[in-house]
Design a protein. Structure first.
Length: 179
């Protein structure tokens, strides 16, 4: 654990007043920080949940305070996720396989890091399959070929996706996913 690092702190308001307060970083961390979380490799801790055609998601974290969610997207044997737009920043790290957006000229392969800014509509494609860890902020909107909004997904949608699957399959809910 942390050593108790109590240190005096002097606060001056103008030239007239000085107050010494003792603070302890260890006490603040103990009383207010959230615990560290470990999600193991076993599907008992977080199963692969079917997502779009030919894909599944392994949920890693849900944070309703910031509308942030983290997951591993698995596109099996090649496929397309669909046209979508992010309303917040996205960070991705490709673990295996490769993927790309039809609208861009780069390919993310194993070891690639991708950072996306919100706003652009793009189409995720994997020619031979992939697994990528994504950290997403904000909503995710899916569109048809005429730019009509089909559905909006956010942290609550992803939580429901996980909870519904677990309940339907008799899988224990892992409360460590809710940070």
């Amino acid at each position: 654990m942390f050593a108790d690092r109590s240190q005096p702190l002097t606060i001056r308001i103008g030239d007239l007043m000085a107050t010494t307060v003792t603070t302890s970083l260890a006490a603040v961390v103990r009383d207010f920080a959230f615990p560290d979380v470990h999600i193991g490799a076993s599907e008992n801790e977080s199963p692969w949940v079917p997502f779009k055609a030919n894909s599944a998601i392994r949920h890693l974290a849900f944070d309703v305070r910031t509308n942030m969610y983290a997951n591993v997207l698995w596109v099996k044997q090649g496929g397309m996720l669909g046209r979508h737009r992010h309303r917040g920043r996205v960070f991705g790290y490709t673990v295996e396989g490769s993927w790309r957006y039809l609208e861009y000229d780069w390919v993310a392969c194993a070891g690639s890091y991708v950072q996306e800014s919100p706003g652009a509509i793009h189409t995720l494609v994997s020619d031979e399959g992939m697994k990528t860890i994504f950290w997403l902020n904000g909503s995710l909107e899916f569109f048809d070929e005429k730019d009509n909004l089909l559905e909006t997904l956010d942290v609550f949608w992803f939580m429901d996706h996980y909870l519904t699957y677990c309940r339907e399959h008799g899988i224990a809910i892992n409360k460590k996913l809710f940070v």
